[in-house]
Ligand binder design. Structure first.
Ligand SMILES: Nc1nc2c(c(=O)[nH]1)N[C@H]1C(S)=C(S)[C@@H](COP(=O)(O)OP(=O)(O)OC[C@H]3O[C@@H](n4cnc5c(=O)[nH]c(N)nc54)[C@H](O)[C@@H]3O)O[C@H]1N2
Ligand SMILES: Nc1nc2c(c(=O)[nH]1)N[C@H]1C(S)=C(S)[C@@H](COP(=O)(O)OP(=O)(O)OC[C@H]3O[C@@H](n4cnc5c(=O)[nH]c(N)nc54)[C@H](O)[C@@H]3O)O[C@H]1N2
Ligand SMILES: [Mo]
Length: 761
C-alpha cells in the first residue's frame, strides 16, 4: 500500500511547528545575534572570528568539518561563532563566584546557567566540610593528584578525553596513562563515532572516512543518513550547495525533516541574502529510527533487480577483484521480502526504487552519515549494509566517491590517531616501548560504557577527565550519579563549570585551562597546536586572544604537571622540555607514526593542512580478509528489539542552540521550537492515539526490562512531523532514560537514537 507511506517530496505537515526559511541566511545571523545580545563579544573575540579556520589563525573548537585551503572571507558559521564567543566569554567564574556556594546549591542551576557563570580561572579543590570549591595553587594540586594516583591501582583509574584537546595534548595524555599503567582511555568518541572506528575498520579496513573535499566537487549523488548538517556541521552546507548547483542529486534519510538538508541560503552570497535559496534534497525520506538497515537493503534489492533487467549497473570487476561475500549478500537481499523492509524502514518500496534509480544512474556517489546510524544497538551492522551498497558499484577509492562519517568534536578523530584508545591493538605499543624505555600495559582498557559500569560497581576508583562533561553526557546518568561520591579521586580539566563538577568524589580537583583561541605562551614563545578534521587533514592552530586569566595553564602544561608528580623520572620523557616547545612533542609523534606525520611541522602550516593518508581510498584493504567485505547482518533493523504495544522509540536530539552539554540558549531555530527544552516531540496521530493533548505534561519511562526504573517527568507534549511511534527529546535532559547496557553490539556506542520508552500522562 504505497499510499500509506509519507511522500518524500511532500511539504511539511502544516499543522506542526516547522521552519519555513532556508538554513543559513538572515536567520543564522539572528541566531548569532541572540548569543551576542546576551554576551557582547570582546574586540578580541571578533578579531579571533576573522582568523577562524584560516592558515595562521585558530581552528574552530565547534565541529570537525574540513578547513578548506581557500577559505571564505568569513570561514565560520553561526554555531562556530557561538562556540568562539562562548569560549572567550567576558564573565569569569573565579573563586569569589564559587565561595559559599555548595555544589548541592549549584545543582539547582541549569546547564546553561552553570556555564554562563563564565570561564574558570583558578585551580580549585573540593572542600567536603563546606561542600564548596576553594582555590588552591597549581603545585599543591599537582602534588595532591600525584600522591593520590600513586596510592591507587592504575588499573582502577580512568583517563577520559573529550574530543577538543589538541594532538599534542592527546599524545601526552595517552603516554601518561600507559607509563602509569593502564589503557583505560575512553574518549567522547566512544559515545559517538566508535561505531565507525570499529565497523568501517572491519568492512573496509579504515576506521575513518575515505573522502576529501575534492570529492564533493566531483560527486553526482550525495546520500545523507542521520546527520543534521544545518546544526551540526553548517560549513558543509557550502559544499553541498555547490554540488547541487552542478546538478548533483541529494537524497536524505532522516525521521526528522531537518531544514539544513531541505533548503539553504548562503550567508556569504549577497545575492542569496537578498532572496532566493538552494533546494537541497531531491528526495527526503522520513525513515523510522533504526530503519536504515532495512531501507538500504531495499536499495540493494532494487539495484540488483535493475542490474538483472538491464545489466551494467554493478561494478563486476571491482566486486571480483576487491571484495568478498557478494554471493551471500545477494542471496540475503533476494530472500528478504518487501513487507519486512517496508515495516522496519517505514518507507515504501516505490520510494526506495526512486533512490535506487538515482544511485544506479550515478557515476560517483558519496555517502554521509552521523549519529542517526551510529547510536543504535545494531549501528555496526547498519554501517555494514551501507558499505554493501557502496561496494556494489565500486563507490570507493575513486574521485567523487566514498564514505564520509561526519565527526563531532573538532579533534575527536585526531585523538584516536595519536593513541587515545582503550584498544591496545590500535596503538603501536612496541614503538612506544622502544622510544620511551618502558613496558606498556597490553590489556584491553575501559570504554565509556565499561567505565560507567565500573563507577557503579566500585571497580573504578579514580576518574580524570580532560575536558568534557562525562557524568552528564553518558547514558543512565541518574543510576551513575550517586556512585561518584564513592570514588577516591575525581579530577577535571575544564574551561567552564558543568554538571560533572557537581558530583565530587572523596578527593576532587578542578583545573582550568586555556581555550584554543587564546595565546599559549611558553619558554620558547607562543605555541602552535594541531588538530585533525573530519576528512583526515591535519592543521596548525595558533591562538592569539589574551587569556581569560593569568592564572590559567595550557592543557599540555597541566598534563605534564600531573604526570611529573605521579611518575618516576624518565630521561626519555622530558615533560618540561615538551611544554617549553610543543614542536618537540610533534617530532615525537612523527617518530611514532612516520607514515602519517612525515614533515609534520612544515606541512601542518600549509593552506588546507595535510592529508594523513587513507589506504581504503587507494583500494588497499586492511581488513582480516585483505578485501573489502560484503556482510550479511543477523538482524533486520538497527533497533535492539521490536516495539511492544504502547511503546515508542526515543530519539535524543541536539538543538541548534547547543554544543553537546553546552547549552547556548533555549531555542531550536531550524526546528521552529522556542523557549523550552523539556519537550517531547510526537506525531499528531500518536498524540491523538495516546489520548494526549498538545501542551500536556507527561512522564517518559524507559521500557527496557532490566530491573531498573528510569523516568523523566515534566516533558511537554509537542506535536511534530515525525514517523509513527517515534518520539524525540533533547540530550542531555533525557539521558537518565538510556540504559548503559543498551549499546551498539560491535563498539558499545550507546543507543541514544533507539531507546524503547513509554509515555504516561
Ligand atoms: N551546533 C552543534 N554542532 C555539533 C554538536 C552540537 O551539539 N551542536 N555536536 C558535535 C558532536 S560531538 C557530534 S557527534 C556531531 C553530531 O551531529 P549529528 O551526527 O548530526 O548528530 P545528531 O544531531 O545527534 O543527530 C543527527 C540526526 O540523526 C537523525 N536520526 C535520529 N535517529 C535516526 C535514525 O535511526 N536514522 C536516521 N537516518 N536518522 C536518524 C536525527 O533526526 C538528526 O537529524 O555534531 C557535532 N557538532
Ligand atoms: N542522549 C544523548 N547523549 C549523548 C549524545 C546524544 O546524541 N544523545 N551524544 C554523545 C556524543 S556524540 C558526545 S561526543 C558526548 C559529548 O560528551 P563530552 O565531550 O563529555 O561533553 P561536552 O558537552 O562536549 O563537554 C563540555 C565541557 O567541556 C569543557 N571544555 C570545553 N572546551 C574545553 C577545552 O578546550 N579544554 C578542556 N579541557 N575542556 C573544555 C567545558 O568545561 C564544557 O562544560 O555526548 C554523548 N551523549
Ligand atoms: Mo560526538
Amino acid at each position: 500500500m504505497p499510499g500509506s507511506f509519507p511522500d518524500p517530496q511532500a511539504e511539511q505537515d502544516p499543522d506542526t511547528p516547522h521552519y519555513d526559511g532556508p538554513a543559513g541566511g538572515w536567520g543564522s545571523l539572528e541566531g548569532l545575534g541572540r548569543v551576542l545580545l546576551g554576551e557582547p563579544p570582546s574586540a578580541g573575540a571578533l578579531n579571533t572570528l576573522r582568523r577562524q579556520n584560516k592558515p595562521g589563525g585558530h581552528m574552530c573548537t565547534s565541529c570537525a568539518w574540513a578547513k578548506p585551503a581557500k577559505p571564505h572571507v568569513a570561514e565560520f558559521c553561526e554555531n562556530g561563532a557561538k562556540a568562539t564567543i562562548w569560549d572567550l566569554a567576558r564573565a569569569t567564574c573565579d573563586p569569589q563566584v564559587l565561595a559559599d556556594k555548595p555544589v548541592a546549591e549549584l545543582a539547582a542551576l541549569s546547564d546553561h546557567e552553570l556555564e554562563a557563570l563564565g570561564r574558570l580561572t583558578h585551580p580549585m579543590r573540593f572542600d567536603p566540610d563546606t561542600g564548596c570549591y576553594v582555590p588552591t595553587g597549581w603545585d599543591e594540586a599537582f602534588r595532591g593528584i600525584g600522591a593520590a594516583l600513586q596510592r591507587l591501582d592504575p588499573k582502577s583509574v580512568v583517563f577520559y578525553t573529550s574530543g577538543r584537546a589538541s594532538l599534542e595534548t592527546s599524545f601526552m595524555w595517552q603516554l601518561f596513562a600507559r607509563l602509569y599503567g593502564h589503557n583505560n582511555l575512553p574518549d567522547s568518541s566512544n559515545m559517538c563515532h566508535e561505531t565507525t572506528s570499529v565497523a568501517l575498520k572491519k568492512f573496509i579496513g579504515s576506521p575513518v572516512g575515505t573522502c576529501v573535499l575534492d570529492d564533493f566537487d566531483h560527486c553526482d549523488m550525495m546520500l545523507f543518513l542521520g546527520q543534521n548538517t544545518g546544526s551540526s556541521s553548517p560549513r558543509f552546507l557550502h559544499n553541498i550547495q555547490r554540488a547541487v548547483e552542478r546538478g548533483c542529486k541529494v537524497v536524505t534519510l532522516n525521521p526528522v525533516r531537518e531544514p539544513g538538508l531541505l533548503r539553504f541560503r548562503n550567508p556569504q552570497r549577497v545575492t542569496q541574502m537578498l532572496g532566493g535559496s538552494t533546494e537541497i534534497s531531491d528526495l527526503y525520506l522520513q525513515v523510522r529510527p533504526g530503519g536504515d538497515l532495512a531501507a538500504i537493503l531495499g536499495l540493494i534489492k532494487h539495484v540488483l533487480e535493475l542490474d538483472a533487467a538491464q545489466g551494467g549497473i554493478l561494478d563486476r570487476d571491482f566486486i571480483a577483484s576487491h571484495t568478498t561475500g557478494f554471493e551471500a549478500l545477494k542471496a540475503h537481499a533476494e530472500a528478504t521480502g518487501w513487507e519486512q523492509i517496508e515495516a522496519h524502514s517505514g518507507l515504501s518500496r516505490d520510494h526506495l526504487r526512486q533512490v535506487a534509480a538515482i544511485y544506479a544512474g550515478s557515476k560517483a556517489a558519496v555517502f554521509m552519515y552521523g549519529m542517526g546510524l551510529t547510536q543504535h544497538v545494531h549501528g555496526g551492522e547498519t554501517l555494514g549494509m551501507l558499505v554493501n551498497l557502496m561496494l556494489l558499484r565500486g563507490s570507493i577509492g575513486r574521485l567523487g566517491a566514498g564514505i564520509s562519517p561526519v565527526r563531532g568534536h573538532s579533534n575527536v578523530q585526531g585523538q584516536r590517531t595519536v593513541g587515545i584508545s582503550e584498544k591496545p591493538e590500535l596503538v603501536p605499543l612496541d614503538r612506544l616501548a622502544d622510544l620511551f624505555a618502558f613496558d606498556p600495559p597490553r590489556d584491553e582498557g575501559r570504554t565509556t560504557v565499561t567505565a560507567a559500569e565500573g563507577i557503579i560497581d566500585g571497580s573504578v576508583r579514580g576518574f580524570l577527565q580532560l575536558g568534557g562533561n562525562f557524568a552528564h553526557s553518558i547514558p543512565d546518568t541518574e543510576r551513575v550519579r550517586p556512585h561518584w561520591a564513592g570514588l577516591d579521586l575525581v579530577v577535571s580539566v575544564a574551561t567552564k563549570l558543568n554538571r560533572s563538577h557537581l558530583s565530587p568524589g572523596r578527593e576532587t580537583w578542578l583545573l582550568p585551562c586555556l581555550v584554543r583561541a587564546e595565546e599559549d605562551m611558553q619558554a620558547s614563545g607562543a605555541q602552535t597546536v594541531s588538530i585533525e578534521d573530519s576528512l583526515s587533514h591535519i592543521h596548525a592552530s595558533l591562538g592569539k586572544n589574551a587569556p581569560a586569566a593569568d592564572t590559567l595553564l595550557s592543557e599540555p602544561a597541566i598534563v605534564a604537571g600531573i604526570a611529573r608528580a605521579t611518575l618516576p623520572p624518565n630521561a626519555r620523557v622530558p615533560w618540561d622540555d615538551w611544554v617549553a616547545d610543543y614542536a618537540r612533542v610533534r617530532s615525537v609523534i612523527e617518530r611514532v607514526w612516520p607514515d602519517q606525520f612525515a614533515e609534520y611541522e612544515t606541512r601542518m602550516r600549509q593552506p588546507g593542512g595535510f592529508h594523513k593518508g587513507n589506504k581504503a581510498r587507494e583500494r588497499i584493504w586492511q581488513t582480516e580478509s585483505g578485501k573489502a567485505e560484503f556482510s550479511v547482518p543477523a538482524v533486520a533493523s538497527g533497533l535492539g528489539r521490536d516495539l511492544r504495544a504502547g511503546e515508542y522509540t526515543l530519539v535524543t536530539l541536539r538543538s541548534n542552540d547547543q554544543f553537546n552539554t553546552t547549552i547556548y540558549g533555549y531555542d531550536d531555530r531550524l526546528r521552529a521550537l522556542k523557549g523550552n527544552r523539556m519537550i517531547v516531540l510526537m506525531s499528531p496521530a500518536d498524540v491523538a492515539r495516546a489520548g494526549l493533548a498538545e501542551g500536556q505534561q507527561v512522564t517518559m519511562i524507559c521500557a527496557e526490562d532490566d530491573g531498573h526504573h528510569r523516568a523523566v517527568a515534566g516533558l511537554t507534549v509537542t506535536p511534530y512531523d515525525l514517523p509513527d511511534r517515534c518520539v524525540a527529546a533533547y540530550y542531555p535532559e533525557v539521558n537518565a532514560l538510556v540504559p548503559v547496557g543498551l549499546h551498539d553490539r560491535m563498539s558499545k556506542t550507546p543507543a541514544y537514537k533507539g531507546t524503547p520508552v513509554r509515555i504516561e500522562a
